[in-house]
Design a binder for this molecule. Structure first.
Ligand code: NAD
Length: 460
């Protein structure tokens, strides 16, 4: 089938690449000319495991190319996917300008009937509004379908190729059947395809993300109670997660959820509920708990240093909002770095993939370190914000040697309390009854922040 995917970001690129890989003829359209140039050179513009290889093999096979040429791209596809961003406005309402702008482009350039598939996450009613605009403006029949995307950054290719389910929101049976057929190669393991009303599909995506976000805020709140009462939340987590009605997924306490979806979609759903005249107090609490949770690491650091963070050096391990991605949108680490810099601290950051994006955000205000250990040089504390595998079993002796003070604020609960005690770290986890009573090692006087700036692989 001839397909066009508009927007070559995390969702659009994965969609286009995976659909080319099953034999479709795909054109990716993006307004960002530099992105399109890179993609046409076979360079993957995002870090997503496995994506680059499939991108290049399908480009070589002639089934996939990228362009900024709107009219040509829109004429190409019998099916046109819309995968542009829907960021929140200041009031939390999703900004749909890009979706409607793309709709208007389709109306202008469509030369034969098209199926227009909204992959972007959009509020209930967006499909109807887009359909009405297309009906008014297009010369040919354009049928709008909602087909929300559930991929997770970090395992996006696998998620797309083996979805838990496919949701198709359509009022036109023929259009629904065409989109279902496109997904057939991915659901051979008996995964269900649910066809429903467009509004129900839009709501399903929001409800799924809200449910996951609620679990995270729930366990974070439980963790904070545990912390205050001297209980290790890990025991509690195991105790409740082994109940088959509850399960373990999304029950890991941490420094708050981030990324381009949960924070935005919770606010989007609150907006949808309010517009429908429904009180959204549970959803509002999920959001508020998360905003507070993202302050937790800074508050702990500040209180450990008695409110005097100025002049302290803080190492940060992990800045992406989760492992296996370079995406730093709404990442807890970004919130923490902002607060540390504001308070006058020096920040030395390491992340296996996301330092480029961090530099785009903070410029020379942060010291960027090529290795996790280099980030620790002369640090007064380490804050762990992302659970990359490489942080799970570090050489604790090496860490102690490099740090000025052996203090760890662990926003991902990577280490056991026993290990931390044995290794002589002052350790603050999330909901771990973190106690400054753990052995505190001596300050390492040989190290100064200035000396640390220029060591191995660290640059501003
Ligand atoms: N990132 C995820 O994990 C994820 C998962 C599921 C759903 N979603 C949803 O998918 C949508 C896209 O998210 P993303 O993370 O891929 O966004 P993104 O910001 O990574 O990519 C969006 C792309 O669209 C392009 N674009 C914007 N306006 C355009 C226009 N008028 N014409 C052509 N190109 C245009 C941008 O240049 C960019 O490359 C959002 O609604 C998001 O909520 C994202």
């Amino acid at each position: 089938m001839k397909l066009t995917v508009i927007g070559s970001g995390y969702v659009g690129l994965v969609t286009g690449v995976c659909l080319a890989d099953t034999g479709n003829d795909v054109v990716g359209l993006d307004q960002d000319a530099s992105k399109v140039e890179m993609l046409n050179r076979g360079e993957c513009v995002i870090f997503e495991p496995g994506l680059g290889e499939i991108l290049r093999s399908n480009m070589s096979a002639g089934r996939l190319r990228f362009t900024t040429d709107k009219p040509a791209a829109i004429r190409h596809g019998d099916v046109i996917f819309i995968a542009v961003g829907t960021p929140p406005k200041d009031n939390g309402e999703p900004d749909l300008r890009a979706v409607y702008a793309v709709g208007d482009d389709i109306a202008t350039h469509a030369d034969r009937p098209k199926i227009v598939v909204i992959k972007s996450t959009v509020p209930v009613g967006t499909g109807d509004e887009l359909q009405a605009r297309l009906d008014r403006r297009a010369r040919v029949r354009c049928t709008v379908v909602n087909n929300p995307e559930f991929l997770k950054e970090g395992s996006a290719v696998a998620d797309f190729q083996k979805p838990d389910r496919v949701i198709i929101g359509a009022s036109d049976a023929e259009a629904a059947a065409a989109i279902s057929e496109l997904h057939e190669p991915f659901i051979r393991n008996q995964r269900p395809v649910y066809t429903m009303a467009r509004a129900a599909a839009e709501m399903t995506k929001y409800a799924a993300n809200a449910c996951l976000a609620a679990r995270i805020s729930f366990i974070n709140q439980i963790a904070n109670v545990c912390d205050a009462l001297g209980i290790d939340v890990n025991d509690v987590r195991r105790g409740i997660g082994s109940d088959s009605r509850i399960g373990f997924q999304f029950l890991y306490p941490g420094a708050g959820y981030g990324g381009s979806c949960f924070p935005k979609d919770i606010q989007g759903l609150i907006h949808v509920a309010r517009r429908a005249g429904v009180q959204a107090d549970l959803l509002e609490s999920v959001h508020q708990v998360n905003l507070r949770q993202r302050q937790l690491l800074f508050n702990r650091i500040s209180s450990r240093f008695e409110g005097d963070v100025k002049g302290k050096t803080v190492a940060i391990w992990g800045v992406s909002f989760k492992p296996r991605t370079d995406d730093i949108r709404e990442a807890p680490a970004v919130v923490l770095i902002e607060q540390l810099l504001e308070a006058g601290a020096t920040v030395r950051a390491h992340d296996p993939e996301a330092l480029g994006n961090l530099r785009g955000r903070f410029g020379d205000r942060v010291v960027y370190c090529a290795s996790a250990y280099a980030a620790l040089d002369a640090a007064d504390a380490l804050a762990i914000c992302t659970e990359w595998n490489e942080f799970r079993s570090p050489d604790f002796q090496e860490m102690r040697k490099r740090m000025r003070r052996p203090i760890i604020f662990d926003g991902r609960n990577l280490y056991s309390l026993d290990t931390m005690r044995r290794q002589g770290f002052e350790y603050f986890g999330i909901g771990r009854a973190s106690s400054p009573a753990a052995q505190t090692g001596p300050t390492n006087p040989a190290d100064t922040p200035a000396a640390a700036q220029n060591r191995e692989g660290c640059v501003r």
